[in-house]
Design a protein around this ligand. Structure first.
Ligand code: ADP
Ligand code: MG
Length: 697
């Protein structure tokens, strides 16, 4: 096998390959498109397409696909082969610039939230040259954006690119104020840490709930869970290690910077962290990572579960979205730096983020709202549903000193004047790294921890980029008008701290008292997706998206519909799955077990006559009464599912939450009690213990 540096990215049409394969002029023109968004001439596109095809065919590709990210949250692809017929019945392999730049998948079956009626099925995909094409499964993958013919976006990539543009524009304005004339572009950088579960395929195959919904709808906690804390960072079992090695290898070939693999807190739970890259590429790569995780697992006889809460009572899976801003000159704008100039600039960017998180708690919360994540947020070892920020005690001390115009920590003699004095060094907060905070500053980046493990990271980053762009815009507008820049700078920073420090919480987010404290501070607590999602169309939010050209009003409304509709669909599928499991597997199994009890009890009575009640009879009575209750619950669930849903999506989502989910939970309580009583050979499903410890060595 070749060396890793050579294997890395060997299936990617990256800059190195482009440089080798494209005529100099073409390469330059393409670079201009990639870096400055310059229009790509069709003659250039033809040359690129040809070179791409030649290269892809050498890698074994026979097909190409426009790979896009519809609002389903997963990626979609339609494969076309390179063949084209020539005289005499032969074929040649061709690929034109037009085919590279634009594709026309039949768009009618992707969610559009009313933007594109089904009869108007035409939508098109457009090549995104800022994310490299790659070869996978004998196919050339071309990352694309997806739009309707009327120009409405139907995907997650387009608004992400727009939000990146918005934040770049505003960040550059701020840098100009600090006298920086060099920087042309600022990009958000993102490193998403991905959690997942691995279980053996044999147990998965016997759980219809996992197969249809991704999570277990029934099941008692195992006698041994995560209480011994022996799994987190524990030794990795050989079978899992082989999987991780194979996964890394596959991802590296695709140019994904998979860096760290380790065990997580729950049994069977693991994590993969990549090295960060630009927001756009990080998003594409995270989608690829999730796909490869599943694919590689199946090669190893395992199943990778990406659901946020596959097992109740056990840690759920999230995704930590590490986010920062980097200039095209390579400077991380969230790094405090060492000079007064760097410190002041850092604090201004920091304040923009603080104000953004406070002003748009609702958007951040709804960007992570889904049926799956509802099972996790607020639950055990997951950030609460309340959005707050963690800055660490050192940085907090600096802000407090600034606000009070008092010396920081006694270390500085006079009142600190930003832009003139060097801040006292505030080391990276490693001591009290707060794992419970939803939005934590970790030294030179923010970590947004509320994302669910199955999420596309596009959604939450669209929100972060746009809200920070807005705050930077407001700050820049004020500062541009200032007569005395330094004075105004000190003034605005103090103002932000004073008005928005309520969003900063450095304590334990899992503590009950925090909920009350947050309420006192006037912070939002949007407990479930149906409460959170409708805020997307609040007038202030529509105004925000329209102003920064991230979404049109119609796009905001359609997206909200899609998210609510998706929520309803997921809950309905869960409800139907549980109904069938109870009716067709659980109740019959209980009956079978009861029959044995009844027979045995009857036999004893016949033999021994009027003895004291046998244990079989006692147990039979208990089981029967639970079974009757379960039957009633399952019928109540069935009729709630049959009832006509409200036509209004918001109401429908509340119905799903308040009725269907509630009935499911009630049924589960009874079914789980039965599981604990019914003989194991009768119970139709593998237990939690069997699933969580299914990978033995
Ligand atoms: P920590 O010790 O705080 O967890 P790591 O260096 O292990 O920090 O990084 C965690 C994740 O954050 C990784 O995926 C990493 O690539 C990402 N990360 C680091 N720096 C940045 C940055 N400037 N922008 C975005 N993500 C970053
Ligand atoms: Mg982390």
């Amino acid at each position: 096998m070749s060396k890793l540096p050579e294997r890395f990215g060997c299936q990617v049409f990256n800059d190195k390959v482009m440089q080798e394969r494209l005529p100099k002029e073409t390469y330059k023109a393409l670079k201009k498109t990639i870096e400055d968004g310059a229009h790509l001439d069709i003659t250039v596109a033809n040359v690129v397409a040809h070179a791409m095809k030649e290269w892809a065919v050498e890698q074994g590709a026979t097909h190409y696909t426009h790979w896009f990210q519809p609002m389903t949250g997963i990626t979609a692809e339609k494969h076309d082969s390179f063949i084209s017929p020539v005289k005499g019945g032969a074929v040649i392999l061709t690929f034109s610039g037009k085919e590279l730049i634009k594709g026309e998948p039949d768009a009618s079956s992707f969610p559009s939230g009313g933007l594109r009626a089904t009869f108007e099925a035409r939508g098109y995909t457009a090549w995104d040259p800022t994310s490299y094409a790659f070869v996978k499964d004998k196919t050339l993958y071309i990352p694309t954006a997806f739009c309707s013919y009327t120009g409405d976006v139907l995907d997650k990539k387009t608004p992400l690119l727009r939000s990146m543009e918005a934040i770049s524009k505003q960040a550059v304005r701020i840098l100009r104020l600090f006298g920086n004339t060099q920087v042309q572009n600022v990009v958000p950088t993102v490193g998403p840490e991905q959690e997942y579960f691995l279980i053996d395929k044999s147990v998965y195959d016997r759980r219809p709930d996992l197969q249809f919904t991704g999570r277990t709808l029934l099941g008692n906690p195992p006698p041994k869970g995560q209480e011994l804390e022996d799994h987190y960072f524990g030794a990795i079992k050989p079978r899992v290690a082989a999987y991780m090695a194979d996964l890394d290898e596959e991802l590296w070939k695709l140019g994904v910077l998979a860096k760290t693999e380790h065990n997580e807190a729950a049994p069977a739970q693991h994590e993969l962290a990549p090295i960060f890259s630009t927001n756009n590429i990080a998003t594409d790569h995270n989608q690829l990572t999730m796909e490869m995780m599943k694919q590689v697992a199946s090669r190893h006889g395992m199943v990778c579960l990406l659901h946020e809460k596959p097992f109740a009572g056990v840690n759920g899976s999230g995704k930590h979205n590490n986010w920062s801003l980097t200039t095209d000159t390579g400077v991380n704008l969230l790094d405090p730096g060492t000079t007064p100039y760097e410190n002041a600039q850092f604090l201004l960017f920091l304040c923009a983020v603080i104000k953004a998180v406070d002003d748009y708690q609702d958007l951040l919360r709804l960007s992570v709202a889904s049926a799956g994540n509802d099972q996790r947020l607020g639950g055990y070892e997951a950030p609460p549903a309340i959005v707050s920020m963690f800055l660490g005690s050192d940085l907090m001390g600096v802000l407090e000193a600034l606000e009070a115009k008092s010396p920081y920590d006694g270390g500085v003699e006079a009142t600190m004047e930003l832009g003139a004095d060097v801040l006292p060094t505030f080391p990276k907060d490693t001591t009290d790294r707060n794992r419970t905070s939803p939005f934590a500053f970790t030294g030179n980046k923010f970590e947004f921890r509320m994302l669910g493990s199955s999420f596309s990271i596009a959604g939450p980053n669209i929100i972060i980029n746009t809200i920070v762009a807005e705050e930077l815009d407001q700050l820049a507008t004020r500062l541009e008008k200032a007569e005395d820049f330094t004075k105004e700078l000190n003034h605005v920073i103090r103002k932000v701290i004073r008005e928005h420090k309520r969003i900063i919480f450095n304590g334990n987010g899992y503590d009950e008292s925090w909920v009350r404290e947050a309420e006192k501070r006037g912070l939002l607590n949007l407990r479930c997706a149906p409460d959170a999602l409708p805020h997307m169309t609040d007038p202030k939010n529509i105004a925000l998206f329209v102003k920064h050209k991230v979404f049109s009003e119609a796009e905001v409304r359609s997206r909200t519909e899609i998210m609510l509709e998706n929520y309803c669909k997921v809950i309905r599928i869960e409800g139907l799955t549980l109904r069938d499991m109870l009716r067709r597997d659980v109740l019959p199994a209980v009956m079978e077990f009861s029959r044995g009890l009844a027979q045995s009890a009857g036999l004893k009575k016949a033999l021994a006559g009027d003895i004291d009640r046998s244990y079989e009879e006692t147990l039979l009575r208990k089981v029967s009464s639970l079974a009757s209750a379960l039957y009633e619950k399952s019928e109540a669930l069935a009729s709630a599912l049959d009832r006509e849903q409200p036509a209004d999506m918001e109401q429908a989502a509340h119905y799903c939450h308040d009725e269907i989910l509630r009935l499911m939970d009630e049924a589960r309580v009874v079914a789980d009690q039965l599981e604990a009583m019914v003989g194991s050979k009768y119970w139709p499903y593998p237990t939690y213990g069997e699933m969580l410890f299914s990978i033995k060595e």
